[in-house]
Design a protein around this ligand. Structure first.
Ligand SMILES: Cc1cc2nc3c(=O)[nH]c(=O)nc-3n(C[C@H](O)[C@H](O)[C@H](O)COP(=O)(O)OP(=O)(O)OC[C@H]3O[C@@H](n4cnc5c(N)ncnc54)[C@H](O)[C@@H]3O)c2cc1C
Length: 433
């Protein structure tokens, strides 16, 4: 018989457990694509990074919400070029080598790149593990922040294993909801007309040849005419074959994404229920493609725009439409305006072949902040402007820009950095063709 050690030790919680303290040069709240980009850039600059996320795993929505395609990675027209480099092009190179990408040329006048979210999740985890100066702190929910004028000093996080206190000289809010700026008491914005989220799903058992024959305009017309008995809120969206021979990715629901805790808990239930009703509609109306389909994965609720910073600069839809290049531009994008401002439909404005719009550093700086920058989908813009620059390409670019700006600021203020020096570091994301 095996010699098993069956001894135990009796342990009791101490009276006042002390938090684990992590000292870093840069603390990044949110490990979605924006936060990962920031953390990787800062680590490559030799900085010690605390990468904190409330979820147990890295990748944010790009992995957990099964978003499934990269947008805003390329310019428009017949010969698109990459508009964002850094981890964006490393991901393209490495996932392509694994057969985990299926680029679609010509979609929205650019290249949309469907990806295998399992491969992306492992790419992110391996990248973070390979950079020893990044300390990932997962399952860690922001509790409170210590602020001294325009400077954040420390923040405390609750994990299931106890409290963690992070002290850092620079901070990036890549939480998507401006959770860090909000907790620190900086002014934030919320849209007067709520922006709808989506519960994505991956179906299996799909006849992908029959799926390819479905016309999107006809699908929309049929949804308008026939979806009422199914209780479907949204009448547009897309579904396309994804990785695996019989699988399809579906982006066709609209869910409310409130910021109150009980409402937020309900959105998962609502999203999955809508996804089920949508599948019944598809089985009834498009039996050739979906008769044998079932849900393989329900994504976590996909949250587009809830609350974001009030920055030094408010990017406007007119600046996006006219392609205004700001003196402090740090990122570019040609993705359409894609505003999910109605339960039943989406407002799209596509741009021409030579169009490019820009994100200024001012849209990343919360008004009055010295060592805090936003990155990703919680930078400052009006809802239409933000609906374009919140896709993953520009999220990666703003993450990189925030890391470099704080590196240049050192112990000073991000408002005083040499903008030309920052733009020189970001040359590839601004001017490379
Ligand atoms: C349904 C849907 C479909 C989309 N489709 C596309 C598409 O096809 N292509 C594309 O490029 N883009 C798409 N987008 C947009 C894009 O996916 C997101 O805007 C982008 O992934 C956001 O990245 P992020 O890093 O800014 O934020 P997120 O990925 O949202 O990451 C934020 C992280 O912060 C953490 N966090 C938040 N608050 C706290 C807190 N208080 N404490 C601790 N941690 C916290 C969260 O756990 C999360 O991991 C889509 C978005 C949605 C919702």
């Amino acid at each position: 018989m095996a010699n098993l050690d069956l001894a135990t030790t009796i342990v009791t919680r101490g009276a006042s457990p002390v938090p684990v303290v992590v000292e870093a040069d840069l603390a990044v709240l949110g490990a979605g694509v924006a936060g990962i980009s920031a953390a990787v850039e800062a680590a490559r600059l030799g900085r010690r990074v605390a990468l904190i996320d409330g979820a147990p795993t890295l990748g944010g929505q790009s992995v957990a919400a099964t978003i499934g395609s990269f947008c805003g990675f390329y310019s428009n027209g017949p010969t698109p070029y990459p508009t964002v480099h850094g981890i964006a092009q490393e991901i393209i190179r490495d996932l392509d080598a694994l057969g985990a990408l299926k680029p679609m040329h010509g979609r929205r006048n650019t290249i949309v790149v469907p990806y295998d979210e399992v491969a992306l999740g492992r790419w992110i985890e391996r990248k973070v593990a390979s950079l020893p100066t990044i300390a990932p702190i997962t399952g860690a929910l922001l509790q409170d922040v210590t602020r001294d004028g325009g400077r954040l000093r420390s923040a405390r996080f609750a994990t299931r294993y106890g409290m963690v206190e992070v002290r850092a000289s620079g901070w990036i809010d890549a939480s998507g909801d401006a959770a860090l700026a909000w907790a620190a008491g900086f002014a934030c914005r919320e849209p007067n007309t709520p922006v709808w989220g989506t519960n994505m799903m991956v179906l299996e058992g799909v006849d992908c040849a029959a799926l390819a024959a479905i016309d999107r305009a006809e699908l929309k017309a049929r949804l308008i005419a026939k979806s009422a008995p199914y209780g479907l809120r949204r009448h547009d969206g897309f579904l396309f074959a994804t990785f695996g021979e019989d699988r399809a990715l579906v982006n066709m629901t609209h869910i409310a994404t409130p910021l109150d805790p009980l409402g937020a808990a309900r959105m998962t239930l609502d999203g999955r229920d809508q996804a089920d009703r949508l599948l019944r509609f598809l089985k009834d109306e498009y039996a050739a493609a979906f008769a044998h389909a079932q849900v393989r994965v329900y994504g976590q609720p996909g949250i587009r725009m809830t609350r974001w910073i009030k920055g030094r600069h408010h990017l406007t839809v007119e600046e996006v439409r006219t392609g205004t290049r700001h003196d402090d531009a740090i990122a570019r994008c040609s993705w359409p305006i894609e505003l999910h401002n109605r339960p039943d439909d989406v407002h799209w404005e596509e741009f021409g072949d030579d169009h490019m719009h820009w994100v200024p550093l001012g849209s990343l700086v919360p008004e009055g902040a010295d060592n805090l920058l936003a990155a990703g989908r919680c930078i400052d813009g009006d809802p239409a402007a933000l609906s374009s620059v919140r896709v993953m390409g520009p999220c990666i670019a703003t993450g990189a820009a925030a890391a470099h700006a704080l590196d240049l600021a050192g112990s000073g203020s991000v408002s005083q950095i040499d903008i030309k020096a920052l733009q020189a570091r970001l040359h590839d994301n601004l001017d490379r063709r």
